[in-house]
Design a protein around this ligand. Structure first.
Ligand SMILES: C[S@@+](CC[C@H](N)C(=O)[O-])C[C@H]1O[C@@H](n2cnc3c(N)ncnc32)[C@H](O)[C@@H]1O
Length: 220
């Protein structure tokens, strides 16, 4: 196996990547600062800026009429998706925290995208299972409790339109996915990655973006 094409990301290279990627818009920049200030510990759950830009680019390419996010927190990834939706496109956000998503609601208002977003506060699996069962979702981003990933996948895939994208975050889990003795969240991600690998309904790739991002395209 030749890994020589894979660049190890040093602090210096990461700074370079950020410096040469489209930066967060003013609302996103303020949201990063606010999340760090208000929720110092959990703030690490927020996707990093380059991943947000990547989400916006993918959303603009897919032009979803209906998108779903599982795991909203203070709203950074939802902002990245919502700002790139086409005219009339909608985003359904799933989370269990009123406290964290109240910050997201403020950011959506400031960014002028609140009218495109429907936030449901409930266990995401309940929200997903209550959606119509026919294919109607064009883009999904999964970034919530890792034990739930396989269930979210199974709830989402039959509802995805042909050619739709399913994105899943943290699929390298700090590198711990290669540890067969892993327990807890990294073990759940290992189960998820095996599940995706065996699913003939999609073609999928794990990209080493941030903590690992699965990009799966639903076959037509
Ligand atoms: C990693 S954070 C999401 C980060 C967000 N995507 C961002 O970029 O800022 C995970 C979120 O999943 C939510 N969550 C955890 N368990 C959940 C569940 N069973 N159903 C819905 N949301 C859940 C948490 O409340 C938390 O806000």
């Amino acid at each position: 196996m030749d890994t020589s094409k894979n660049v190890r990301i040093t602090d210096e290279l990461y700074t370079y990547i950020l410096d040469h990627s489209t930066p967060p818009d003013p609302v996103q920049a303020e949201l990063i600062e606010r999340t760090h200030r208000s929720f110092a510990g959990p703030s690490g759950m927020q996707i990093p800026p380059e991943q947000g830009t990547f989400l916006s680019i993918l959303t603009a390419l897919v032009a979803p009429r209906f998108a779903v996010e599982v795991g909203t927190f203070t709203g950074y990834s939802s902002l990245a998706i919502a700002r790139a939706l086409p005219e009339g496109g909608k985003l359904l956000c799933c989370d269990v925290s009123e406290e964290w998503t109240s910050v997201a609601r403020e950011a959506w208002e400031k960014a002028g995208v609140a009218d495109r977003i429907d936030l449901r506060i409930a266990p995401a699996i309940e929200t997903l299972n209550a959606l119509p069962s026919h294919p109607h979702i064009d883009l999904a981003f999964v970034d919530a409790d890792k034990d739930g990933y396989v269930g979210y996948w199974e709830a989402l895939i039959p509802r995805m339109t042909p050619g739709a994208l399913v994105l899943a975050d943290n699929v390298l889990f700090g590198g711990h996915v290669v540890d067969p003795a892993a327990t807890g969240a990294p073990a759940a991600i290992r189960r998820f990655n095996e599940h995706v690998k065996k699913d003939p309904r999609v073609e999928a790739v794990i990209l080493p973006v941030a903590d690992g991002l699965t990009v799966a395209r639903v076959k037509g």
